[in-house]
Design a protein around this ligand. Structure first.
Ligand code: SAM
Length: 347
């Protein structure tokens, strides 16, 4: 990344820097330091000049005597607060995407759709000045939001970033020679519609990674990748990050977390003509029918199945509890509202 498009990430604050101020009651303000600039709040006035030349992480006091902690925003702070057109890739998933897709300095990367540009920012940082990011977005307004967000973060449009408005399936073959792309990251509703052009664009050994929100999309893209015969067996995962409250002896997981964002699925492009050796037994089917219910029985999905003997025991226990309850005899069951007026029935 050229000096002109690298936000300064350390050293004393200078004019042009973005600064995140945490004020009274934890209220956040993000400002860009300007000659003569001032932050006006109902707590008083803070002059930008007070910040210029002092170290990152300093505390400054405004005209009303209120303290503000001043820090340069991290990329994750920036993406979580920037304007959004479409839903963004969260930092926890972006970090995992960079690792699983093996995005490296100097890589040629294709991305679609651009959405709000959150993932573009992470990709641009990872490929560095010697890389190339080609991002596709079919909605022009989203591309505009993304371009503005990326320019705000880097201070200019990074020279190694090209945004093309259009559908990836149509535009990619026009934009890159076959076999010239190192990595492809797809964040869109129907990535399987783009896998054929992605296979054409990827270099042998290159990685395609799709981020999808639902299990049914995950299944469909996995079967599509397999069906082409052009990729290695796909790897699928999801990333859950649980924050912890760590204070004195009160050390415990946070009560709330972002439980679901999306799934990642990745595979590598085989060399032309190569056929991957069979690694494991493949499910015989890839579309759903009534008989597929068999594939979801406890044994088939890896859960322990109850033995007939144990099952008969459970039936006797349940029936004893029901007759104690319904017949009014003393029993162990005393939950409020448990049971019903109708006779117990075992199907
Ligand atoms: C969830 S958003 C992407 C968010 C983005 N990764 C981010 O982190 O900000 C999905 C985007 O994909 C775009 N899209 C869907 N299918 C596409 C296709 N075939 N070609 C190009 N863009 C597509 C949509 O218009 C939408 O803006």
């Amino acid at each position: 990344m050229s000096a002109a498009t690298t936000p300064r990430s350390s050293g004393p604050f200078a004019l042009g820097d973005r600064v995140q101020l945490t004020g009274p009651k934890g209220r956040l303000h993000t400002i860009t330091l300007r000659e003569g600039g001032e932050l006006h709040t109902h707590h008083g006035v803070l002059r930008h000049a007070q910040l210029v030349g002092i170290p990152d992480g300093s505390v400054v006091v405004n005209s009303g005597g209120h303290e503000y902690l001043a820090l340069r925003p991290l990329l994750r702070d920036f993406v979580m607060s920037m304007p959004r057109g479409a839903a963004i890739v969260y930092p926890k998933d972006a970090a995992q995407i960079l690792a699983e897709a093996d995005v490296f300095p100097g890589a040629t990367v294709v991305e679609a759709g651009v959405g709000s540009g959150a993932l573009s920012l992470w990709l641009l940082r990872a490929i560095g000045a010697g890389g190339r990011l080609l991002s596709f977005e079919r909605r022009p307004e989203f591309a505009e939001v993304a371009e503005a967000n990326v320019a705000t973060f880097f201070g200019a449009h990074p020279p190694q970033w090209e945004v093309r408005v259009g559908d990836l399936a149509e535009e990619l073959p026009r934009a890159t020679p076959a076999g010239s792309v190192d990595r492809v990251v797809l964040d869109m509703l129907a990535p399987w519609e783009c896998i054929d052009v992605v296979a054409e664009a990827l270099t042998p050994g290159g990685v395609v990674l799709c981020y999808v929100a639902t299990a049914t999309q995950l299944s469909r893209v996995a079967e599509y990748l397999r069906g082409t015969g052009l990729f290695t067996e796909p790897d699928a995962s999801e990333t859950m990050v649980r924050g912890w409250h760590v204070e004195g002896l009160a050390v415990r997981p946070d009560h709330r977390m972002v439980a679901h964002t999306g799934f990642l699925i990745s595979a590598r492009r085989l060399a032309p003509g190569a056929v991957a050796p069979e690694q494991k037994r493949r499910a015989s089917k890839s579309s759903y029918g009534d008989e597929d219910v068999e594939l979801w029985t406890p044994g088939a999905v890896g859960d322990r199945e109850i033995t007939d003997k144990n099952l008969r025991k459970r039936v006797r226990e349940a029936q004893r509890a029901a007759s104690a309850r319904l017949g009014g005899a003393a029993g162990d069951e005393d939950d409020e509202g448990a049971g019903s007026a109708s006779p117990a029935r075992i199907d």
